[in-house]
Design a binder for this molecule. Structure first.
Ligand code: FRU
Length: 499
């Protein structure tokens, strides 16, 4: 195995990355320097800066041997690209450097804890947990690697499905902890907890929660933390089966909310909530900021549609906007990081606008437009108050004579329906999602974050979130509104500029 794989990836990034103009990328969402990206990794604070790594295949937009790309930021919006941090080049990670995380050590080092994949045949993987120690730019593998192997698993645990460590430092206990996922003997996933005094030597402590074939099969990408007095365990199950409108099928992300007893490492699950109800969201990871904010970022892509890269694309895969998490009245609340507000310019505000007179569906005449309300890179909040008898209200965006994506509210059934069928995609993938929403104080509030190739929508100040990739041509900039009946709306729209 060549030890030059990192060098090669860095060189490729340097040359290839420059070939991609800034107009070909989103403005403030993370994309790979080149190639194909999946999960966010190593989201951590190091020497006062926010570091973010990502799983990626440098040489192609399809999934391939996983490397770690690297960026840093001071505010989650403006990112500086750094050279790739990890390449699969050691015996224990020869097939890939999979998902992992990072912390800052008191002695100033920045360890990355990740899954090394090895094994002779495809499908005969051995997954172990490894450490690479670095200084924010260069990372060296730890001589004691791997630090966790199949030997550390409780009985029945599979050494082929043992991955995705999320590490943290517990100030009270003066100890490192990490959660990782494992397939158990019932063929579904579990979250295991490990402990370490120095971050290098680890022991198994407990099984925090397990799937028992109830929420999908194997679980991936765990994260676990205290939030507003509760414990939140995030996991990304594979092979979920749809349940009502809360959970869709396939890979998705769920939040297990409950109570955690530190002394006994026991977690009592109280409720399971969906995390993002859109079309593209997976493998989130969080970071705790010094001001107490818990920030989550995720891969803005569904695994199932990740094979379908737009024709001619030089990069593929984006991360979501980092989101502040809260639990309020038992609900998981997500809002775009407040740092985004510093980049908002040109406010366009309308109040108390009457919308009525929808024409037959599919016809554009009934759609109402407002001067200054358009664009593909923006932050826009629409507050909707329906008058009695209003049957439907729709916001169209990324719209022109040929394309649009629609978000429709059906008050009779309390349903919000996202539909990107006519957004210009050429594949038969899932393009619609329905969710149940509620009005608050007589209105529904929708915040749209658009950034060239995506839409993230936050309902009622983040009670629900929906993410979707949109590969609609950039000239489709229109936004319009339509009501079957009568609605009164307020609009507050800003462009985002990151210069
Ligand atoms: C989740 C995942 C992880 C794994 C990585 C590989 O999307 O499957 O479990 O570590 O991606 O790229």
């Amino acid at each position: 195995m060549s030890s030059d794989r990192l060098k090669k990836a860095r060189e490729y990034e340097r040359v290839f990355g420059e070939e991609i103009s800034w107009e070909e990328r989103p403005l403030f969402h993370v994309t790979p320097t080149g190639g194909g990206l999946n999960d966010p990794n190593g989201f951590s604070l190091y020497k006062g800066e926010i570091h973010l790594f990502y799983q990626y295949h440098p040489y192609g937009t399809q999934w391939g041997p996983m490397h770690w790309g690297h960026l840093k930021s001071r505010d989650f919006i403006r990112w500086e690209r750094l050279p790739a941090a990890l390449a699969p080049e050691r015996e224990y990670d020869r097939n890939g450097c999979f998902f992992g995380s990072a912390v800052e050590l008191p002695d100033g080092r920045h360890p990355l804890m990740y899954t090394g994949v090895s094994g002779e045949k495809e499908g005969c993987a051995r997954q172990t947990q490894c450490i690479a120690l670095g200084d924010g730019l260069n990372y060296q593998s730890f001589s004691g690697n791997p630090v966790l192997t199949g030997e550390n698993l409780p009985e029945g645990g599979s050494a082929e499905d043992f991955r995705d460590p999320k590490i943290w430092w517990d100030e009270e206990e003066k100890r490192f902890f990490a959660v990782a996922v494992n397939r158990t003997s019932d063929t579904s996933g579990a979250v295991l907890l490990f402990g370490s005094g120095d971050g290098m030597r680890w022991e198994y402590l407990a099984t925090v929660d397990r799937c028992r074939n109830e929420y999908g099969k194997m679980w991936e990408c765990p994260d676990m933390f205290e939030l507003d007095g509760m414990e939140l365990l995030l996991v990304s199950p594979m092979e979920m089966q749809a349940k009502g409108l809360e959970f869709h099928s396939g890979n998705e992300v769920i939040g297990l909310m409950g109570r955690y007893e530190k002394e006994t490492y026991s977690f009592r699950r109280e409720k399971v909530v969906p995390v993002d109800l859109g079309l593209d969201f997976y493998a989130p990871q969080t970071l705790l900021m010094p001001d107490g904010r818990r920030i989550m970022i995720a891969w803005m892509q569904s695994w199932e549609s990740s094979r379908f890269c737009p024709e001619g694309a030089k990069w593929f895969g984006m991360l979501t906007i980092p989101r502040e998490l809260r639990i309020i009245d038992g609900r998981l609340i997500q809002t775009p990081v407040r740092e985004l507000e510093a980049y908002r310019i040109h406010p366009v505000i309308y109040r108390e606008q009457k919308i009525s007179g929808a024409s037959e569906s599919g016809k554009r005449e009934g759609r109402i437009r407002f001067p200054g309300i358009e664009g593909r890179i923006l932050d826009m909040t629409v507050r909707i108050r329906l008058e009695k008898g209003c049957r439907r209200f729709t916001v169209y965006f990324a719209e022109d004579a040929r394309y649009y994506t629609a978000l429709t509210y059906w008050p009779g059934e309390n349903i919000l329906h996202l539909d990107r069928t006519w957004s210009g995609l050429r594949y038969n993938i899932v393009n619609q999602r329905k969710l149940r929403v509620r009005e608050k104080n007589g209105e529904l509030k929708l915040r749209f974050i658009l950034d060239r190739f995506s839409a993230e929508i936050f309902v009622n100040d983040g009670e629900q979130a929906l993410s979707a990739c949109l590969y609609t041509p950039g000239k489709a900039r229109g936004i319009s509104f339509e009501a079957d009946g009568c609605a009164v709306i307020d609009i507050e729209k800003y462009e985002i500029r990151v210069s």
